[in-house]
Design a binder for this molecule. Structure first.
Ligand SMILES: Nc1ncnc2c1ncn2[C@@H]1O[C@H](COP(=O)(O)OP(=O)(O)OP(=O)(O)O)[C@@H](O)[C@H]1O
Ligand SMILES: [Mg+2]
Length: 238
């Protein structure tokens, strides 16, 4: 579904992604793990057209999207839940969600947007009573739910999640991961999950990749990563 082939991405003269290749099949949950600064967020920015690679190819459903603008990429069916959530703090929960439908808004009538609200509130019933609350006053877990909900408002085929568990209590993390699993099973959303919380992420994944200083150094099915001695030591704290 999404194929990344030999990409090189830079910040100015700093080469961050060094001929990186990976792919995600339709319906998969794939986890990308890697230390701080290894380039995980940079990869997601490259996919979204926020930092297009200078070399290499990004193909989504047989279409070359390497140099498309971000709005176009969102419209094709890719959405990002950014690291740190970046919700619009002075706006209500509802208005944050509404902004998530921006890419499709002109094509849709109000009832479709309302139906999308219902989908999000079905997934995160906790947000229903917070509808009118200012997003900046939500708890960390609620903000993460909102960030995911906002991304879902564009009706993505594939959702890119950048460290959704960051700073959250284990029980909230479990809840968020359960919702990610549900999105895949019920809405057939394909998932690329970037996580430092490697073990929990791998537990809900089909496959995983390990990124080190801009290069993929290991890839395989979930079990291969969970059982690999070096990965256990470096990323699973065992
Ligand atoms: N806007 C930027 N300008 C210059 N360099 C940057 C910028 N953003 C990231 N970098 C550098 O690119 C490299 C990869 O950063 P990136 O944010 O992709 O890492 P990461 O794997 O997401 O790390 P973390 O786990 O801390 O989120 C780092 O060396 C970082 O300093
Ligand atoms: Mg990051």
């Amino acid at each position: 579904m999404l194929r990344i082939q030999n990409i090189r991405s830079f910040y100015g003269n700093l080469l961050v992604l060094k001929n990186l290749s990976l792919h995600i099949n339709e319906g998969e949950i794939v986890t990308l793990i890697g230390a701080n600064g290894s380039g995980k967020s940079t990869l997601l920015k490259s996919i979204m057209g926020l930092l297009p690679p200078r070399q290499g190819l990004i193909v989504f459903q047989d279409k070359d999207i390497t140099h498309l603008r971000t709005e176009k990429i969102v419209r094709l069916g890719i959405a990002l839940v950014p690291e740190g959530r970046h919700i619009f703090a002075p706006l209500s929960v509802q208005d944050n969600l509404l902004l998530g439908s921006y890419s499709r808004y002109s094509f849709r009538n109000k009832s479709e947007v309302m139906a999308d609200f219902d989908r999000i509130f079905d997934l995160f019933p906790h947000l229903v009573k917070k509808r009118k609350q200012l997003a900046g006053t939500l708890s960390g877990g609620e903000q993460q739910m909102l960030a995911i909900g906002r991304a879902l408002m564009s009706r993505p085929r594939i959702l890119l999640l950048d460290e959704p568990s960051m700073g959250l209590a284990p029980i909230i993390v479990e809840d968020i991961f359960a919702k990610i699993t549900k999105l895949r099973s019920e809405e057939k959303t394909t998932i690329l999950l970037v996580e430092q919380n490697a073990e929990m992420a791998l537990d809900i994944s089909d496959r995983g990749y390990v990124l080190e200083t801009g290069k993929i150094v290991f890839q395989g099915p979930r079990e291969d990563l969970l059982e690999n001695a070096e990965i256990k030591r470096a990323y699973l704290g065992k």
